[in-house]
Each structure stands twice: as C-alpha cells, then as structure tokens.
Design a protein. Structure first.
Lengths: 170, 170
C-alpha cells in the first residue's frame, strides 16, 4: 500500500475562522468541500488539537475564507504555524466580523462563506463539521484560488502535524 | 448571499467506482478528500440518483482513480454524462479489478485508492461515504492531477445536475 498516492488529491487553501464569546481565531486548512447543492452545505475536517476546533464546537459557526494565489507566506503563514492559544492571529491582519460573528479577511482573498454547523461527525483525530451556508460573498473577482500544490511548491508551505493528510517522513 | 463564490472552491477530478455482485460501475466526481491521516480515511459525496451510489451501498467498497491532466474528454467523459443503468461504461476502457473487486483504470491515471466504507451519512440529495483506505498505488509518477477548473475550462466539461455544487444558470 503506497499512501503517498494520497498526496495527489487536489485541494485549495482556506482560512477557517470561528469565535468563542468575544474571542476569535482561525486556522489554515485545505480540507474544504461542498457536500450538497440545495441547500448548500460545506464540509470541513478539523484536528481536535486545534483551538479553532474548540471555538467551532462552542459557537456552532465557522467561516471559510478562500485564499488566492496572490497571498504570500506573510499573509497566511501565521494562521497555520502558530496556535491561537498564546498568539492573536488577527493582530496584524485587517479583518471584518461577518454576520455570524466570525472574522474574514478581505485583502488578497477571493471571498468568504459563512456556515452554521448542522452536523458534527467524530473521526478519531479530527472532527468533521458540516455546515449550512448562511452567507457568501466574492470579494475580489479577478483573483484565482491558491491550490495546496501551489502552497507547497511555490510558497514552500509546510504541512502541519494536525493536517488530515500528514504522513511522517520516511 | 452570492452562492457563485462556492465555485472558487478547488477540486480535483476522480473516477469513483464500485461493484454489485458481478456488475461494476463508476462515475466522474470532484468531491473527494482525505479526512484523517492515521488510519487514512477518504470521504466522497455521491448523489442518490447515481447507480454508483446503489453499488457502494450494496458492496460497502469504492475505489478512487485520480485523473491526470493528460486525460481527454474521450477518456473520462462517458463516466460523467451517461448512466450505467443502460450503458457499460467500461466497455471501451482497459481496466483492472482491484483487491476489493472494484475497477480502476491504468492509462493516463495518476493512481488509485481502494476504500472500505466505515460510515454513511445522509445529506439530503447526496450520501457522504467515509472509507478507510485498504490499498493505494501510484501508476504514473510523471503525471499531474487534473483540477476541476482545468476540466471546466480546458475540456469544456459540463456540470452534472447531480453534482454537489450544481446551480441552475440564472
């Protein structure tokens, strides 16, 4: 069995945000798909180790910002490499609080999708959250989405140990 | 709410196959993601209208072939546009039966991932199948995966009414 085949599954790059009371947090993610068309529902898979996981469980909402390939590591890297437990990830980012109270970023982002959790599925190390889309908007129509492949090859983005497809170097 | 924002979510292209007794069938899909790393699990979303849905429910297995961007419409189109109810989709394709009994295609494909269903989640028009990976292999190491965006723009691929992100033209 050659599990490196799984690296050829295609993903985009996203910032998944949520809130807990007055606090906000977000994480970099590639595991975002639409699950059904009408009503539109989105699925994300989040590591139980992540603070955003705790926030989504608590608030029942999340927002997906679609990262464009104009983003550089300085725009998105801190959402992936650091934990929001001891660092305010939004300190140096201009953000907007959406209708659901979670933050999204306008600059260099394609758009955002706000979701309300309708189902939570335990999946060992990760939880699958399925959310119904409650709002969505395109912010920059001229940008193209960043793929995970681009993130790895062009930005030399590293893989978090909490990623859904993490494999130890052999 | 602008649901066209959802078109900017990035997907790859896959042939998802299954079996029912001696019968085999497959469909074109873009909704494939890895959900957790260890054990490796994959998630697919399949329209209840599709014959492959019936086959996966019955056999409890499915195989994902990862489509490369060397594929042309003649290689993959018939998996998307026609139903296996009145047409043998594999008639003109060279295929191999994997360990789980479902077919995969070698030519112009990057590799395949065999899965055994461990969870089935009802999602209105679609069913989410989560499968544990039972086998995987890379077939052509020099190929790059086809993205859904490439399929739409370069191959002028149409969107099935059963797709997870189908929206009526407005």
């Amino acid at each position: 069995m050659d599990l490196t085949t799984l690296f050829k599954v295609t993903y985009g790059m996203y910032i998944v945000s949520s809130k807990k009371g007055e606090k906000i947090n977000a994480q970099l993610s590639n595991t975002v798909v639409q699950i059904s068309p009408d009503p539109a529902t989105m699925l994300i898979s989040v590591s139980k180790n992540n603070l955003t996981h705790e926030f989504i469980e608590e608030s029942g909402i999340f927002t997906i910002s679609i990262v464009s390939n104009k983003c550089e590591m300085k725009d998105i890297g801190h959402f992936g490499f650091r934990t929001g437990r001891d660092f305010d990830k939004f300190k140096n980012s201009e953000y907007v609080l959406g209708k659901n109270g979670a933050p999204y970023i306008r600059e260099k982002m394609i758009g955002y999708v706000e979701c309300e959790v309708i189902r939570t599925i335990d999946s060992d190390s990760h939880t699958i959250f399925i959310g119904i889309v409650t709002d969505a908007a395109t912010l920059n129509t001229d940008l193209e989405p960043m793929t995970y492949d681009f993130y790895r090859k062009e930005l030399h983005g590293k893989l978090s140990k909490n990623a859904t497809h993490y494999q130890e170097e052999k």
